[in-house]
Design a protein around this ligand. Structure first.
Ligand code: GLV
Ligand code: MN
Ligand code: MN
Length: 426
């Protein structure tokens, strides 16, 4: 493992660990977006940004942004970032490592006495993980013009709208256009791989080629809540029975599409809410969320049509209504920018790191950023590929190596981006 990296691995590690400590103690590591703990984490981050000499602000879409002006502000911005929110009982590294890496890169540049021509921004995107409002990547959608009125109207179980929640964390939903950017020339994100490829090949970094498309569909079945002891089987209208049959259909059809190949395909039901959820009541209502991921959107459409048909049939068989079948969000797969990947590859080579190209099966803010600027990602290995669990682990040196690759790439891009732009203009 490399030790002579151009940044301070211990300082970077200390930030990751300090942020991880800001967790719900009963459910490490939990810092859900929009909660008091999330705001505590952000206040801590904002202090660290300010200590590093960054001008700090929250944009209209609720992103925390630290900015250091370049010597030639007309060149625009190179942005680096990820997210500080976690899934419930998540890990210490997913998202956080990418934000802390950006901060360390700025400090390392300053320590080396280097001031870049481009302005640098470090972004902690709001709510990258699916939030209680049913939407993920809230901040990066906002920054790229992909957060619409119907999304702002989504509510959590207590009835609060995403619009109100966004206001509560410092965003300005009535002026969302102000979050949309046209001055970002490149976006780079470090992330743990969340898979076993790098670890199994003993490689230091992965240069991400593409990010899967993700569609999320909400299905609601409505039957009738009834006494579990006195309602004969023949008279029941059990919403959970229709939901359970639908989960089995989802599994079966997803397995078939995955086996067809060559495209990647997975589908998951991670939320199943039974109402009223009591041992002696026949379930009256059941809501489930299907998370569908693929490298080929045609497969998503085929899958959604099949689930639409089968869930209708299951509702009919269980004598319940299928009250809702609606798409909550739908993002296409995206390719990472070839020029930025070259800069990252060069950076890894110059540092003597082992590298490979690989696709991402996880969603990332970089997928949205690619709508407004060239975007690319660096993956670092994580233990046994585990993520979205407290068992998630990445080594100090692994994170530092990934951050150093971005550090090198930022220096390269600071020189090469203006040339690329001027060639494009001529
Ligand atoms: C983000 O963690 C995702 O859902 O892939
Ligand atoms: Mn995640
Ligand atoms: Mn993440």
């Amino acid at each position: 493992m490399k030790t002579n990296l151009p940044l301070d691995a211990d300082r970077l590690w200390a930030d990751v660990m300090a942020l991880a400590d800001i967790t719900d103690p009963a459910r490490p590591y939990t810092r859900r977006s929009f909660t008091a703990l999330f705001l505590e984490g952000r206040a801590w981050l904002a202090r660290r940004f300010a200590e590093a000499g960054l001008m700090t602000r929250i944009d209209a879409a609720g992103n925390l942004i630290g900015r250091i002006e370049g010597t030639d502000p007309a060149l625009g911005v190179i942005a680096i970032g990820s997210h500080s929110d976690t899934v419930p009982s998540g890990g210490r590294f997913d998202g956080i490592a990418g934000v802390a890496a950006g901060l360390e890169i700025v400090r390392a540049l300053r320590d080396a006495g280097m001031r870049l021509a481009h302005t640098i921004e470090i972004v902690d995107f709001l709510a990258e993980e699916p939030s209680e409002y049913g939407l993920s990547c809230v901040g990066s959608r906002g920054m790229t013009g992909a957060l619409d009125e119907s999304m702002l109207a989504l509510t959590e179980s207590g009835g609060e709208t995403l619009r109100d929640a966004l206001r509560r964390v410092g965003g300005t939903p009535d002026e969302l256009d102000r979050a949309k950017r046209d001055d970002v020339r490149a976006f780079l994100e470090l992330h743990i791989e969340q898979g076993i490829v790098l670890e199994s090949r003993s490689l230091d970094v992965g240069i991400v080629t593409s990010i899967v498309g993700i569609r999320r569909i909400e299905i609601v079945f409505e039957g009738e809540a009834d006494h579990a002891g006195t309602t004969p089987m023949s008279l029941r209208r059990d919403a959970l029975v229709a939901a359970a049959d639908t989960v089995k259909s989802i599994r079966r059809i997803a397995e078939r599409l995955a086996a067809e190949g060559p495209d990647y395909f997975v589908a998951t039901v991670g939320i199943l809410a039974v109402d009223p959820s009591a041992s002696n009541i026949v379930p009256g209502r059941c809501r489930l969320i299907v998370d569908i991921r693929t490298t080929d959107p045609v497969l998503t459409a085929r899958f959604a049509d099949a689930i639409d048909r089968e869930s209708t049939a299951h509702a009919h068989a269980a004598r319940v209504a299928r009250a809702s079948f609606r798409t909550l969000s739908d993002g296409p797969p995206v390719a990472c920018d070839a020029g930025l990947r070259d800069a990252l590859r060069l950076g890894a080579r110059d540092l003597g790191l082992g590298q490979m190209d690989l696709p991402s099966g996880a969603g990332h803010d970089a997928a949205f950023m690619s709508r407004i600027c060239p975007s690319a990602m660096v993956f670092v290995p994580c233990l046994k590929g585990k993520s979205h669990t407290p068992k998630e682990w990445a080594d100090r040196e692994a994170i530092a190596a990934g951050a150093a690759v971005i550090y090198q790439a930022v220096k390269t891009l600071d020189r090469s981006l203006p040339q690329i732009r001027s060639q494009g203009a001529s």
